[in-house]
Design a protein around this ligand. Structure first.
Ligand SMILES: *Cc1c(COP(=O)(O)O)cnc(C)c1O
Length: 383
């Protein structure tokens, strides 16, 4: 069994994929070819925003969003320490300071109610991360940002593309939405790729210019930019994946709910983690919650287990691959300790010790899913 099965999807779309790749090879416009605009139009419509700007990766999307907003030296950007490093890396690269706010244990997303106390006159942006495929509390975060003079909000939707939030789509919920087409993300290409989404005319123009070295027209550089384009070929590959994507999103939700049910049936006392669990030794496995007003695309299906290292090695011996997203919060990482705020984030630290992701994807068979759950139940029995 694989942690993420990409082969079944490829077989299902092979004809369209080959046709689209062959078309790019025939026209030869490898940079900014017609597939780039075609993909941007399709994705903007899907998300329900005015503009999509395709870029070289999810990291580049976050970097360009911050650059378009003018974030730089001396500024502060509020975000979560319980995320992939790229979320904070781009803040530091621009000379700004990441201000880490702890997460809600039930979802592992930023605790919206702790954001206001960290806002200062230097706060130039807030970057909630929609972790594991579930959108963060965007309405609450947008409201807090609005109450403090309209601080821009950038959703790091690198794991949540396709997820619903109160009837709207991830990446279309705030000033900017950023996503990644890294191969293992819910919508992946066959290399690196990403996109920014916005409804703001000026920010869309700025993002497009920054993507190509700050050019307003050829060799006229009106601002500092980067080499941040997404290849035509990668855009063609995402276009080939789009017709199947709606089905995949619904399968991801169904398979996630099936995991929830199977685990409740197999593990006595299994329930959603809450604040009372944090800071105590974890004696039994716990679930993360998908809240009632949103869906998850389950970029990861993640549970909490005691004795994680032992459980992982038993699962590996049983042929079930697992992964940890993420073992060490960013504010505990050596490179970030001296450049961020030093407020403790105990929930993130505690989650980092216990989270474990199970095989997941739209093509995970029920048989394999049953095997994962049986193997996990067996692995949890003390030796
Ligand atoms: C994957 C990911 C990124 C970075 O995306 P790349 O395309 O790999 O650069 C950023 N943030 C989060 C939360 C991610 O999961």
């Amino acid at each position: 069994m694989q942690f993420i099965d990409l082969k079944t999807q490829q077989a299902a779309i092979k004809e369209d994929l080959d046709r689209r790749i062959a078309h790019v090879l025939a026209h030869g416009q490898y940079i900014m070819g017609p597939e780039v605009a075609e993909l941007e139009a399709a994705l903007a419509a899907y998300v329900g925003v005015k503009y999509c700007v395709s870029v070289a990766s999810g990291t580049e999307a976050l970097l360009i969003a911050l650059m378009a907003l003018g974030v730089g030296a001396g500024d502060e950007v509020i975000t979560t320490p319980f995320t992939f490093v790229a979320t904070a890396e781009v803040i530091v690269l621009l000379g700004a300071k990441p201000v880490f706010v702890d997460v809600d244990p039930a979802t592992a997303n930023i605790d919206a109610w702790r954001i206001a106390e960290k806002i200062t006159p230097r706060t130039k942006a807030i970057i909630p991360v929609s972790l594991y495929g579930q959108v963060a509390d965007m309405d609450e975060i947008n409201a807090i940002a609005a109450q403090h003079g309209g601080i821009p909000v950038i959703e790091d939707g690198c794991q949540s593309f396709g997820a619903d939030y109160r009837g709207r789509k991830s990446c279309g919920l705030s000033t900017f939405g950023c996503t990644s087409f890294f191969p293992s993300k819910p919508l992946g290409c066959y290399g690196d790729g990403g996109a920014l989404f916005t409804n703001d005319d000026d920010l869309a123009t700025a993002s497009r210019e920054i993507r190509v070295h700050g050019q307003s027209k050829r060799y006229v550089h009106t601002r500092i930019g980067v080499g941040g384009r997404m290849d035509t070929l990668q855009c063609a590959i995402v276009l080939a994946k789009l017709p199947r994507f709606a089905w995949e999103v619904s399968e991801r939700a169904r398979i996630g709910a099936r995991y929830d049910q199977l685990l409740r049936d197999a593990l006595p006392g299994y329930r959603t983690v809450d604040a009372s669990d944090v800071n105590a030794p974890l004696s039994a496995p716990r679930a993360l919650a998908v809240l009632g007003d949103r869906t998850s695309v389950h970029a990861q299906y993640t549970v909490l287990v005691p004795n994680r290292a032992e459980v992982q090695s038993r699962l590996q011996a049983a042929g079930v691959p697992t992964a940890v997203h993420y073992p060490i919060p960013l504010n505990a990482q050596e490179a970030y300790r001296s450049v961020a705020n030093d407020d403790p984030t105990p929930v993130s630290a505690w989650l980092g010790e216990h989270v474990m992701s199970l095989p997941m994807g739209p093509d995970l068979s029920e048989g394999d899913q049953d095997r994962v759950v049986h193997a996990l139940a067996a692995a949890l029995v003390p030796a």
